[in-house]
Design a protein around this ligand. Sequence first.
Ligand code: NAP
Length: 243
Amino acid sequence: MSKKNVLITGASRGIGKAILESFGREYYFIATATNDQSLKDIENNLQKLNLEGHACKLNLEDRNSIKEFVSSLEDQDISPHILINNAGITRDNIMLRMKEDEWDDVINVHLNGQYFLIKSFIKKMVKNKWGRIINISSTSAALGNKGQANYAAAKAGIEAMSRSLARELGARNINVNCVAPGFVETDMTKDIIDGNEDLLASQIPLGRLGKPEEIADVVNFLASEEANYITGQTIHVNGGLFM
Ligand code: NAP
């Protein structure tokens, strides 16, 4: 049987890199990042892990970049069987001070970016009568977070979009789910975590921050045959921070 293609956005660092590393050699990877250094990091990682695949430039803030990315896959006749929308940014600010571009950038990368990619790739999944879409959300969607109205709104939108898609696509054997991490140690959270580890850990029932691999394991499960009967769900992986 030919390999299933897995597209992971934002696979150069943090959770995306851990997701890539959690999948085995039976897959072909399309792994994205925004800049040359990150693309090189992905290529080195694929080589180190002896995984088949390639790195692709994709900037979800830029619609031309999305179009070029989608066309390049079409030109190579590659379409993802498993689409993992992981790439993300934060532009935190309280609403009183939030600039239009801080709002737009976050909505573009998360919500609009996922819309464009899903829209581009579901036709082939429908034709194949098989597909998996896994969108990375956040506890911020359920809890809200001071200074993150843009990010929380984008993530809540992703969860609602995923439930609607699960209803639209279920009959075609396409499962759509979200994974919502709590506090995970990555570049995204470095500034918030540095110096506040104990305070943050004290708010988490399991008493510690999460590791990227602990999110990746759940994504990996949702992509597996064992998760065939799970769709429209948001799986919370947060040490009990939100329950
Ligand atoms: P990270 O370490 O900062 O990595 C972000 C990844 O996204 C990188 O691969 C980066 O590529 C890519 N990226 C950044 N801007 C992009 C853009 N404009 N277009 C396309 N790709 C872009 O972040 P992370 O913590 O692993 O977060 C991964 C996902 O988990 C995000 O959706 C985030 O919202 C979610 N999440 C994280 C946490 C947490 O505690 N860390 C909690 C809840 C949810 P480059 O290397 O090229 O910059």
